[in-house]
Write a protein that binds this ligand. Structure first.
Ligand code: PRP
Ligand code: ADE
Length: 178
């Protein structure tokens, strides 16, 4: 059941205080990947959500690096393509980029110019929503590409940081909240 799947996922997330810097409680999703049942549960629940709410999505867009762990699995389940948003300097050919802040630093995100066609319906995926800086930057990139953003999905949402407000009017669906 959905409850059993959520329980299994919850039990596969660890917390590390003061990583990568003092004051940050780092939510580690690595045990999810080590446990096939837990990983399947994540993809099952994302698939259920997309099939119920966003039947018309054309592409899954995953965020560097931990969005790459879940995005291609979800895209394959749905029978659609996967596109990468990477940290600056990693993608060949013409790219579009944007700078942003995250919970513990700064970064710059990039997408290949031809990755998404105008009007394509895209769903963004990442492992975790903290301040929303990363997902917000990715939304900005996709807007430049004139993509139609249908929403975002994450495994973990850190509610206290109000990341969901930052990416409004787009919606975030999360499996686990702290
Ligand atoms: C982490 C996480 C999210 C982002 C969330 O990635 O995987 O992408 O931070 O934080 P925010 O909501 O405050 O932007 P990070 O940039 O540390 O990179 P990684 O995935 O390469 O480890
Ligand atoms: N990315 C940003 N904040 C994070 C946190 N607290 N745990 C794991 N990944 C993060």
């Amino acid at each position: 059941t959905r409850e059993e799947k959520l329980k299994r996922i919850n039990e596969s997330i660890r917390a590390f205080p003061d990583f990568p810097t003092k004051g940050i409680l780092f939510r580690d999703i690595c045990p999810i990947l080590k446990d096939p049942k837990s990983l399947t549960a994540v993809i099952d629940l994302f698939e259920d959500y997309v099939r119920q709410k966003h039947q018309d999505v054309d592409l899954i867009v995953g965020l560097d690096a931990r969005g790459f762990l879940f995005g291609p699995l979800l895209a394959q389940r749905l029978g659609i393509g996967f596109v990468l948003v990477r940290k600056k300097g990693k993608l060949p050919g013409p790219t579009v980029s944007v700078a942003y802040d995250l919970e513990y630093g700064k970064a710059e995100a990039e997408i290949q110019e031809d990755a998404v066609a105008p009007g394509q319906k895209v769903l963004l995926i990442d492992d975790l929503l903290a301040t929303g800086g990363t997902l917000n930057a990715a939304c900005a990139l996709l807007k430049k590409q004139q993509a139609d953003i249908v929403g975002c999905v994450v495994v973990v949402e850190l509610k206290d940081l109000n990341g969901a407000d930052k990416i409004k009017p787009h919606t975030v669906f999360s499996l686990v909240q702290y």
